[in-house]
Write a protein that binds this ligand. Structure first.
Ligand SMILES: NC(=O)c1ccc[n+]([C@@H]2O[C@H](COP(=O)([O-])OP(=O)(O)OC[C@H]3O[C@@H](n4cnc5c(N)ncnc54)[C@H](OP(=O)(O)O)[C@@H]3O)[C@@H](O)[C@H]2O)c1
Length: 324
């Protein structure tokens, strides 16, 4: 039985707790919030025995095995490192850190303390995404020449002090949702040779939408993230002998379409819960077998993805106030 503790009782923490309840041999044991009332309410809703009114109390407690960090981007490095300092395994929400320097500190701490650490890149474990990756590796659509992936929602009506629109919390679309299209391109095509990126900005100073081109030897990927509109969120991967469409919303897909030789066929795959169940199972399997990193989403994968985020931000002129 893997005993989980959640840090930060916000939106994603609720979704995660619901999915955690669907995974055998894993249970929510504790939750920490900056408010004890909020933690107690959360604990009661999801049946956790322990509620803490500070994150530090959870890190120090000996009632859990692994900590899930579910707070804004700017706190991921600090909180993960504090959890690891107390010898806890960590699953940290994406992006692992806000830049490569933070990611390095986190990975160094994980090797120093010999604990498991993984970025919660849940899409990597989605059965449809795994299947599409396998099909491409098997040559089902020939040589991939074109990939299109987007992730956008209208978010400009949100609280300007909240994590999405607040530059002091590393807001904007790129770190929050642009990370997904970049991830898909990286997963299927690897590290690009060249990156082009252009951003638009909102009045709070955060970037509101960003268009990216990843250049590969024989392929180009057109990627987009935005907070100023919704987008279709159907990914397309086209090769010399066929095309794959990952159906909306592609980052949490449960089906894909294969178009080949004039035929179009829809394939539907399993998805348990909202889809966090698969990353939870991966973490539990790693911990149970003494592995300190996942082979499906390794430390190197996290380093690479963060390098891509850094590069896109540099090319598009996206800086946070604490970086100026
Ligand atoms: N994997 C996914 O599908 C997915 C989806 C959404 C978000 N995320 C990621 O999850 C993280 C949290 O996102 P969210 O949408 O859950 O955010 P949220 O609703 O704003 O919740 C974040 C929580 O973090 C805590 N917190 C600590 N310091 C804070 C600060 N300075 N300002 C605001 N909150 C602070 C708060 O919990 P307490 O008040 O309880 O301490 C807050 O409720 C982000 O890194 C995001 O990228 C992932």
């Amino acid at each position: 039985m893997i005993r989980w503790g959640i840090v930060g009782a916000g939106n994603i923490a609720h979704s995660f707790a619901k999915d955690l309840a669907l995974v055998a041999d894993n249970r929510l044991c504790a939750v920490a919030s900056r408010s004890l009332n909020k933690a107690s309410e959360f604990a009661q809703t999801y049946g956790a025995e322990h509620a803490f009114g500070s994150y530090e109390e959870l890190f120090k407690s000996d009632v859990l095995d692994v900590v899930y960090i579910a707070t804004p981007h700017t706190s991921h490095a600090d909180l993960s490192i504090r959890a690891m300092d107390h010898n806890k395994h960590v699953l940290c929400e994406k992006p692992m850190g806000i830049n490569s320097a933070e990611v390095k500190l986190m990975l160094d701490k994980a090797s120093e303390k010999k604990v498991f650490l993984m970025e919660a890149l849940w899409t990597r474990f989605n059965p449809t995404i795994k299947k599409v990756k396998q099909l491409i590796a098997d040559g089902e659509i020939g040589t991939v020449a074109y990939l299109k992936a987007d992730f956008a929602f209208y978010g400009l009506d949100r609280d300007e002090s909240g994590r999405v629109l607040n530059p002091h919390l590393a807001g904007g679309s790129v770190l929050d949702i642009g990370i997904y299209p970049m991830f898909l391109s990286y997963l299927l095509l690897g590290m690009p040779k060249k990156i082009t990126a252009q951003a638009q900005f909102y009045k709070t100073g955060v970037e509101s939408q960003t268009a990216m081109i990843f250049e590969y030897e024989n392929a180009q990927a057109l990627l987009f993230s935005g907070l100023a509109s919704n987008s279709e969120m159907k990914a397309e991967i086209a090769g010399s002998s066929g095309t794959l469409f990952i159906n909306p919303r592609w980052h949490e897909a449960s089906s894909y379409v294969l178009e080949k030789e004039g035929n179009s066929e829809l394939f539907t795959l399993e998805k348990i819960g909202k889809g966090y169940t698969y990353e939870i199972t991966e973490v539990a399997n790693c911990i149970n077998t003494g592995r300190l990193e996942s082979t499906l989403w390794s430390h190197q994968n996290t380093r690479d993805l963060c390098t891509l985020l850094d590069t896109v931000r540099e090319k598009a002129g996206i800086r946070f106030p604490f970086e100026l």
